[in-house]
Design a protein around this ligand. Sequence first.
Ligand SMILES: Cc1ncc(C[n+]2csc(CCOP(=O)(O)OP(=O)(O)O)c2C)c(N)n1
Length: 352
Amino acid sequence: MVQTVLDSGRVSDLSAIRGVYLKAFRIMLLARLLEEKLASLYRAGKMHGGVFIGRGQEALSVSIGLSLREGDIFAPLIRDQAGRLAFGEPLLDAVRTYFGSVLGPMRGRDGNVHRGRPRQGLLPMISHLGAMIAVVNGALLARRLKGIQGTVGVASVGDGATSTGAFHEALNQAAVERLPLVLVIANNQYAYSTPNSRQFACASLLDRARGYGVEGHGVDGTDLIECLRVVGQAIARARAGHGPQMVVAELLRLCGHGEHDPADYVDPQLKNSRLGRDCLKVAEEFLLEHGWADATSLAEWREETQRTVEEAIAQVQREPTPDPFKESWVALSSRHLCETHEEEVPNPGADI
Ligand SMILES: Cc1ncc(C[n+]2csc(CCOP(=O)(O)OP(=O)(O)O)c2C)c(N)n1
């Protein structure tokens, strides 16, 4: 149902999009509240490792997850908690990885954002800077060789990736092979602290698409309806055989690169511009304006979602962490990862 509406481009028909929009909003809210909680635990010194959140990028991210189908491939970035949830990653996968639970998908042995479920097409991230594009290409080529048709792969990257060799080589390969790759670039105007002006000299990152013979689509990343429409159509075009697609979303990240980064380099003028809008607030205003929610339902959803987050964290805090004397400290092979994923993981929050 979600895909049908998004594929057909009927998102301008408001009655058709209502159900998808509400679902997207509730997932964005779950991602936001989970990450706010993780960030506050990090500041209280209660988290191991870094905490990287997607505040301000949830509308773009959720649109990816909701536009994909079972059987597709998704290589999320550190700002894609919303997209992961929308693609079907259980909330507990995130919480268990953050708290090092041995029941987590990486068995409590990997960095917070490096989790995945390869068997379900959710690829564990290697590096932030474009490394995953070639991995998605490889998975798509493998499917082609096996004669599997009709699936697509999304690689999510930041503007920082567009200046790396990995990005250019993989984009060129996808174009030459006409792979059903959708490259979603969240241009949050800074690569960590490096502004766009010190990073590329072209007018728009969409020029990168043109240069490689790839279709490009620009979108206001603060606007959920627009993200659902543009990301949905790019994915539908890749699925329909039109070759690789690039989506460039303009937005700001409303947080640091990680929670260790105060992001005081961000130009206040940008913060006060349209780019600095909070996509969750924009979506909330849209819901109220169209009578799809009222203040009471918004407050109830927030309360219910907060409870889901608190309960998941309380549950995981009671779970064991790996026993260093029993673990065999070899790298996790993909076979191992797939085996770990055999069992069903309960999924609080999945019914939203
Ligand atoms: C291969 C590689 N080189 C360098 C780094 C260090 N590094 C991490 S994030 C980053 C910049 C990221 O910019 P962007 O993708 O725009 O993400 P943002 O944090 O701005 O959202 C750099 C240089 C890395 N992780 N991997």
